[in-house]
Design a protein around this ligand. Structure first.
Ligand SMILES: C[S@@+](CC[C@H](N)C(=O)[O-])C[C@H]1O[C@@H](n2cnc3c(N)ncnc32)[C@H](O)[C@@H]1O
Length: 354
């Protein structure tokens, strides 16, 4: 079992204050090591190793016996993960769960396993292989790799739409439950989630607010999975799936319009069209509200939100924005920013029609 020194570390190495060039090299090296770590996590998820551990520690030989994997190699991967805070090596060769590895179990409502698969999905990897080309013309790595936009590419790639939709559920499950408590949904009767995936947020809202009727607005290819998802949470009778294209129109005359982690997929011009369609749908109803739920870049979250921005540039070719940039988009398209709320890593921008 590896023991770490407790102080003055860069990822387990003594940072050298006398020779900053050495610490600088450690920092750069750590960045690339972390990329390898993500592949190790994905491999462990692919082989469902987190599902084989429960309360008690399990020896790697037993894990390899059940999974059929090569024991010495499985040990090296588990050791690397445990050394980086994912699983705990309780005794030599014996591993137990910690809070992080628990999220890698596939059979859990909070599971993050589908995200771990998506980030190293061949579509993502190919996009990153082409990332350097984004700098030449601002187009996404996906377009450089496959010659078409993300959603067209996913539609034409076996299993990709499902893999990405599963990842959205995986990413949204925790946050959606918190969002359902993070705003006064009690004053509305109808709510529509525009580009709501299979309905993760809608389910959380309908569960937390039994008086609400919910609409899920999505593309055709997600209809079946959305129907199954809403049914599995027993809210199909209080919801309706509307298939459509938010660049054409969205359902009209509803009380509350939500769009979560979808606007950032698009450039300013396309975002303006989506917001205009929502404004058209609200028409004269000054009591209706529009909530943008997004990863909004600010000083506090810049370390990760600016990296999310690169990911979103690389995949759908979109961009993460600051609050000022969203305010500008809202004002240009018939809305005023009324309130800003923070729920976990999400920012909620509450907009009123003007
Ligand atoms: C990044 S995902 C966000 C999903 C969900 N809101 C969440 O937070 O988990 C973007 C969603 O927009 C949907 N979408 C993409 N293009 C669309 C279009 N033209 N009209 C309606 N929905 C669309 C996708 O199918 C996808 O589910």
């Amino acid at each position: 079992m590896i023991e770490f020194y407790p102080k003055n570390l860069i990822k387990g190495r003594i940072a050298d204050s006398e020779q900053p060039a050495i610490s600088a090299r450690y920092k750069l090296n750590d960045i690339f090591c972390t990329a390898w770590l993500s592949h190790a996590v994905t491999a462990i998820v692919e082989h469902k190793i987190a599902d084989l551990l429960n309360e008690k520690p399990v020896h790697v030989d037993e894990l390899s016996q059940i999974s059929g994997l090569h024991s010495p190699t499985l040990y090296r991967v588990m050791r690397a993960l445990a050394a980086n805070g994912i699983f705990v090596e309780t005794r030599s060769g014996e591993f137990a769960h910690n809070e992080v590895s628990n999220l890698l179990k596939t059979r859990s409502s909070q599971s993050w396993a589908a995200m771990a698969k998506m980030w190293n999905h061949p579509s993502c990897i190919n996009a990153w292989l082409n990332f350097a080309d984004c700098l030449a013309d601002g187009r996404s790595g996906i377009e450089h790799a496959f010659g078409k936009p993300l959603y067209e590419h996913l539609d034409e790639t076996d299993g990709a739409t499902k893999a990405f939709a599963d990842a959205m559920i995986s990413n949204s499950a925790q946050a959606s439950a918190a969002i359902a408590q993070g705003y006064d949904f009690g004053k509305y009767k109808t709510v529509v989630d525009i580009g709501g995936g299979v309905g993760t947020l809608l389910v959380a809202l309908l569960k937390a607010h039994p008086h609400l009727k919910g609409y899920l607005f999505e593309i055709e290819s997600l209809k079946k999975s959305a129907c199954n998802y809403l049914q599995s949470y027993d809210v199909l009778d209080r919801s309706e799936i509307v298939v459509g294209d938010f660049f054409e129109s969205v359902p009209s005359s509803l009380d509350l319009y939500l769009i979560k982690n979808s606007l950032w997929n698009w450039d300013d011009q396309r975002c303006s069209i989506i917001i205009q369609k929502i404004r058209d749908a609200i028409a004269e109803d000054i009591n209706a509200r529009f909530l943008i739920i997004e990863y909004v870049i600010d000083k506090e979250n810049a370390e990760w939100s600016t990296l999310y921005d690169l990911q979103i540039l690389n995949m759908p070719g979109g961009k993460a924005r600051t609050r000022a940039e969203y305010t500008e988009l809202l004002n240009r398209n018939g809305f005023a920013l009324e309130e800003v709320l923070y729920v976990q890593d999400q920012t909620i921008l509450v907009a009123a029609p003007i």
